[in-house]
Design a protein around this ligand. Structure first.
Ligand code: NDP
Length: 463
């Protein structure tokens, strides 16, 4: 459908208007179109939003390059004829070209599908202008009985003097080489992922965290093992660090000033990985009586419905459940199944959502951590663990270790948490997450014959 002219009154009315063409918004649009609905999507920037353009996809590409770099260094140790440090020769700009070509392919496939499904895409911001009304930047008004807000979120810098000198994850994806020395502020997903990538691709990385550990939401034992692995890789982890200010030094490099007055100097780049905030700024929420919470999240119920009738929200903008791409997609599809597909009970099940931190090695988790399980189930928690050196690490005489952990409850040892830190954990977890959701017990795992020799077999052998 052409978006060139939309002054025809028939074109202005839709069954569904989606504000935001990221993963959640597009999932809603595609699912509604499958049910024969007339859909308009408003997206002023690149299709695919954070995930495709400045998130999961380019991050995974960089992680693959970093992983390959680590493997090349191991290969040199295992007898392959390569430079001993294995670091020579990574052409970062060439890799970026390949990465962006891949992303361009995703844009193209979205375009084709949008055209095929007759979805109108307007390259404009959208603003609510009443219950069933959305105003475009040029003043055009669209109407629909259903409106989905899916405008996503943006990275935030801490409120300290000099914060503008630091970069955010969006900037990282524009970098064309590894800065020699980098400080990362924050200890969550993005700090761990980008810190691991940069260290593997040649930077000296310091990660400065205000807590006493990385990744508050993950199982403490796995995080301890990850921290050990990261330290062995040469990353400097600085805990209990309170940032007071950022300064430019005489030589142009950056200096961190801590709240205790100490200084850390000589950084070529400082990267803030201090969380994200929903993009609710200019959405016209007032016009329909929606008030974001203190974190800027749009309030929704279990059905993605906001307090305004006919207005829904999915993804990072409402922060319900984990702020992950597949969660936004799942929520959007179920919402449209309910609104247009005759499935009145369809809604997101935000329990037991598996997720992976693309560290080196990756950390994959589903269900309760040991601490969460003990809070819910008290003493009736049974923990099984396997701490091992995978074959490739052992062959290369590396000290990097994997840690797999099962959290079970009750006499029947029902599995309520699976936590995997190790090579291929990102690929191993998905199937076991199905088992956990289906109520698998430790006996079910033991009844499954192991695949040998793999890391994955540890999951069915733990006792
Ligand atoms: P996170 O919420 O995961 O982590 C933010 C970190 O920054 C925490 O360590 C937090 O500390 C710290 N922090 C917050 N404010 C400040 C401050 N003012 N000064 C110093 N430190 C501060 O956010 P990220 O930015 O890492 O990622 C955002 C979200 O994106 C993630 O939560 C996740 O949902 C998603 N994501 C998912 C990925 C995946 O699935 N692989 C990859 C990347 C992102 P404290 O804990 O003390 O609050």
């Amino acid at each position: 459908m052409s978006a060139d002219r939309h002054d025809d009154a028939a074109l202005l009315h839709f069954d569904l208007i989606v504000i935001g063409g990221g993963s959640g918004g597009l999932a809603a649009a595609f699912r509604a179109a499958e049910y024969g609905q007339r859909v308009a999507v408003l997206e002023p920037q690149l299709l695919g939003g954070t995930c495709v353009n400045v998130g999961c996809v380019p991050k995974k590409a960089m992680w693959l390059a970093a992983d390959l770099g680590q493997r090349i260094r191991q290969a040199a140790q295992l007898g392959f004829d390569l430079p001993a440090d294995g670091r020579g020769g990574f052409d970062w700009p060439k890799f970026i070209t390949d990465r962006q070509r891949y992303i361009h392919g995703i844009h193209e496939s979205y375009r084709k599908r949008l055209d095929r499904d007759g979805i109108l895409v307007l390259p404009s911001r959208g603003r609510l202008a009443g219950q069933d009304r959305v105003e475009c930047e040029d003043g055009t008004c669209l109407t629909a009985p259903h409106i989905v807000l899916a405008a996503g979120s943006h990275p935030v810098r801490p409120d300290v003097p000099g914060a503008e000198l630091g970069a955010i994850s969006d900037d990282f994806f524009r970098w064309c080489d590894a800065p020699p020395r980098v400080a990362i502020i924050g200890g969550g997903y993005i700090a761990i992922e980008l810190g691991g990538v940069l260290q593997a691709l040649g930077s000296q990385v310091d990660i400065c965290v205000r807590e006493q550990r990385l990744l508050r939401q993950a199982d403490a034992e796995l995080v301890t093992q990850l921290q050990e692995n990261y330290c062995q890789q040469g990353i400097d982890l600085v805990f209990g660090y309170g940032l007071k200010a950022l300064h430019r030094e005489a030589d142009g490099r950056l200096q961190l000033e801590a709240v205790d007055g100490s200084l850390r100097s000589g950084y070529d780049a400082v990267l803030f990985a201090t969380g994200r905030r929903p993009n609710t700024g200019d959405l016209g929420l007032d016009s329909v009586g929606i008030t974001p919470d203190a974190g800027g999240n749009i309030p929704v119920d279990a059905w993605q419905a906001t307090p305004a009738p006919g207005v829904y929200a999915v993804g990072d903008i409402c922060g319900c459940g984990p702020t992950l791409t597949p969660v936004a997609i799942a929520a959007a599809r179920r919402l449209c199944d309910r609104l247009f597909g005759g499935k009145p009970d369809a809604k997101l099940d935000a329990d037991n959502v598996p997720s992976v931190v693309f560290s080196h090695p990756p950390l994959a988790m589903v269900g309760l951590t040991e601490a969460q399980a003990r809070e819910v189930h008290g003493d009736d928690v049974h923990v099984y663990r396997s701490n091992f050196r995978p074959m490739r690490e052992a062959l290369a005489e590396s000290t990097q270790r994997s840690l797999f952990k099962l959290i079970c409850v009750g006499d029947e040892r029902r599995v309520v948490g699976i936590h995997l830190l190790g090579d291929a954990a990102d690929e191993i977890l998905q199937g076991f997450a199905v088992a956990l959701k289906m109520g698998a017990t430790l006996d079910d795992l033991h009844d499954t014959v192991a695949i040998h020799p793999t890391s994955a077999e540890e999951v069915v052998l733990m006792r």
